[in-house]
Design a protein around this ligand. Structure first.
Ligand code: ACM
Length: 685
């Protein structure tokens, strides 16, 4: 086969494929340095915790938890059972809200385990790493010999949970705190008020929670705070003002700038653009009362006041507010138009005065940044990187969330590729220090307490790694491999990210086999970004989230796996592109797996039709089921040519691509996630 030498090799390598992969095993986030040994800890030997001094109760409890999860605790019945030491040395009890150090070292040797850390926070992070170390070896689970030195790249690594749009019971928050701890996230940003609800019991202004129905009692808040603190997680409460406040206005109409009297919390997801009246002293008196109460309830030194999405229309529409603005010289240079930013900055400064009185540092969304904002206020950037860098340049501490919005249903790779401080960032070293980190954000218009886990996990873990690990830890394929391991780990911790969609599918399948419905659901994804609001179906806070779109993964593993298979096909072809083509050996196996997958998809529709037809909630998804079948048929045609060592003729290819384009139509606010991969298969030459 000397003619092979004349063949042109087309290497369709996926990005990142050719990079050397460090031996990361199942560790996520990847630690700073890891040196694997060759030995293992003796299997089936319990670990006996030994502390340098008397441990604090939280650290002792965390160690007990980890050993129980590993199944390596000394049995209560047999305290003299053989055991190896788990030696734990730490300097002081660490406090996450004070940015205490999280650095640790973790050494596993055949004769025991040692954790060293300056603070108990480091011990917690070491335990999280330890929980990811077990490796299957035949029927045994082994802890490998290893020496790990680790510390976070960013001090602020958060997850925003929105309990205002859909209420999230304490149990939901707690299990998500467990998941956060597993991937070393350390800030729960708790979005507690919005147009649709005010979710904390207020003893001073009780109508706030009463009009909202579901809320956390103050005892429940304290329970969450304790649970978080025990995991080294700080809790940042957000009470969004002056916009996003219909719930407040329904309780206390005196706060309103507009004429609308809201009798209930907002029953819509449309951006309301209401705002408090920033000119009335009563507004600040009420805020002082509430923030006095809430700053005492929440111990974190930071306090989030929102500040986003007030377009000023209610202020412009109120003659009294306009007169106030005029008197205070808050008009634009034309002398007539409101300088909304100036008026909001006035409001922010008043709020800042209140928070300063209660010894809190203010955090707000990037809209609050502007001339006159004191440098002590921290900025959370959601609209772009610009806000992040502008804040740092202005001397304000800042946090990135743009790129980490989980509710937009973008891929984990997308978030993973978003670095708060890429190598080419425009900041000076001093400004870079103001980038505290970032937060994944899970806004809950389309996530209730049942399915919220599946919208957060495992993708939030990709953000966790971006914020903890070094900048050059960026092999996306390896991230996805470890994400799958984390996903299994989180199931073990009680997260419902896989169970809940599966249960929903079973409900939807009714008495029929869930398998065919699952085959379809697994390759669907909800439409991206904010499109779900604009596809002919009007959602409100009371719309049940129990349709196929809610069971569809935010990012389809099956579609991504299929895409990886297309990527990995290795073809030898003549340079004139009409000569013989050959699939390299491995690719033949891949092609076989692809054929089986495509055949399953092609055959699925006819099996699913009866159920799709008989269930009113499923009927709307019939076009996607048919499209999957048709797209799979085209994929099979292309694969058959490949297997026969034939190139497709250009007419067939053009026609197939046209058909695929026609199939690319969302239905029921979902789209077929596998179409791009099938398209690339068809395009292959
Ligand atoms: C936001 O997403 N409006 C902060």
């Amino acid at each position: 086969m000397r003619s092979f030498l004349l063949l042109l090799v087309i290497l369709l390598a996926r990005p990142g494929f050719s990079q050397p992969t460090a031996d990361t095993r199942n560790l996520l986030p990847v630690p700073t340095t890891v040196r694997w040994g060759t030995a293992t800890l003796k299997p089936k030997t319990a670990l006996r915790p030994l502390f340098q001094g008397p441990p604090d109760s939280l650290t002792a409890a965390a160690v007990t938890r980890t050993l129980a999860r590993l199944g390596l605790n000394v049995p209560a019945r047999n305290q003299s059972a053989a055991s190896l030491p788990l030696q734990i040395n730490y300097g002081k009890v660490g406090r996450a809200e004070l940015f205490d150090e999280e650095r640790y070292s973790l050494r596993v040797t055949p004769s025991g385990i040692t954790i060293d850390a300056p603070t108990s926070l480091g011990v917690l992070r070491a335990l999280a790493t330890l929980e990811q170390l077990p490796q299957a070896a035949g029927r045994n689970v082994l802890l490998p010999e290893v020496d790990i030195q680790d510390q976070p790249r960013f001090a602020w690594r958060g997850l925003l949970m929105d309990a205002a749009r859909h209420f999230m019971p304490v149990s939901v928050i707690k299990r998500n705190l467990d998941a956060m701890a597993a991937v070393k996230l350390n800030v729960l940003h708790w979005h507690l008020s919005d147009d649709q609800g005010f979710r904390v019991e207020s003893k001073t202004l009780p109508r706030l929670h009463e009009v909202s129905g579901q809320y956390y009692t103050q005892d429940e808040v304290r329970e969450v705070l304790r649970y978080a603190a025990a995991r080294g997680i700080r809790v940042l409460p957000e009470f969004d003002v002056p916009g996003h406040t219909i719930a407040w206005q329904a309780a206390y109409p005196i706060l309103a700038s507009g004429d609308t009297l809201y009798k209930t919390v907002y029953q819509s997801w449309r951006l309301a653009n209401v705002a408090f009246d920033p000119t009335k002293e009563t507004t600040y008196q009420l805020l002082d009362t509430l923030f006095g109460e809430m700053t005492a309830l929440f111990p974190d030194p930071y306090f989030h006041i929102g500040g986003d999405e007030n377009d000023g229309r209610q202020w412009r529409g109120n003659p009294r507010i306009m007169a106030f603005a005029k008197a205070k010289k808050m008009l634009k240079s034309d002398g007539r138009t409101l300088d909304k930013h100036a008026l909001q900055t006035y409001f922010n400064r008043r709020v800042l005065t209140i928070l300063t009185k209660y010894h809190k540092q203010m955090v707000g969304w990037d809209e609050i940044l502007g001339p006159g904002l004191p440098k002590s206020a921290a900025i959370q950037s959601w609209r772009g990187k610009k806000g992040l860098y502008d804040a740092a340049k202005a001397g304000n501490p800042t946090i990135l969330s743009n790129g980490y919005y989980l509710d937009l249903n973008l891929s984990a790779a997308n978030a993973y590729g978003t670095d708060p401080l890429p190598a080419d960032n425009p900041l000076t070293p001093a400004q870079q220090k103001l980038i505290l980190g970032g937060e994944a954000a899970m806004w809950s218009e389309f996530a209730d307490s049942v399915i919220v886990d599946s919208r957060i996990w495992p993708r939030a873990a990709a953000v966790a790694e971006r914020l903890w690990s070094a900048r050059d830890v960026n092999n996306t394929a390896d991230m996805y491999r470890r994400l799958a391991a984390v996903s299994r780990q989180l199931e073990g911790l009680g997260l419902q990210h896989r169970n809940a969609p599966e249960q929903l599918l079973r409900q939807l399948a009714g008495p029929t086999d869930v398998g065919t419905l699952r085959t379809l659901a697994q390759v669907l994804e909800p439409v991206k970004e904010y499109k779900r609001h604009f596809q002919g179906f009007t959602y409100t806070p009371s719309t049940p989230l129990n349709r196929l779109v809610d069971a569809a993964p935010a990012e389809s593993d099956v579609a991504r796996d299929f895409n990886c298979m297309v990527d990995s096909l290795r073809i030898y072809t003549n340079s004139d592109s009409y000569g013989p083509i050959f699939l390299v050996a491995d690719s033949r196996r891949t092609a076989l797996a692809m054929r089986q997958q495509l055949q399953t998809w092609q055959a699925n529709h006819s099996k699913l039709i009866p159920r799709l037809g008989s269930s009113p909630t499923l009927t709307e998804y019939a076009p996607l089921s048919a499209a999957l079948s048709a797209a799979a048929a085209l994929g099979l045609e292309r694969l058959a040519l490949l297997e026969k060592q034939q190139q497709p003729d250009t007419e067939w290819q053009a026609s197939a691509l046209k058909q695929l384009d026609a199939l690319n139509k969302p239905a029921g606010q979902t789209e077929l996630a596998v179409l791009p991969a099938i398209r690339r298969l068809v395009e292959l030459r």
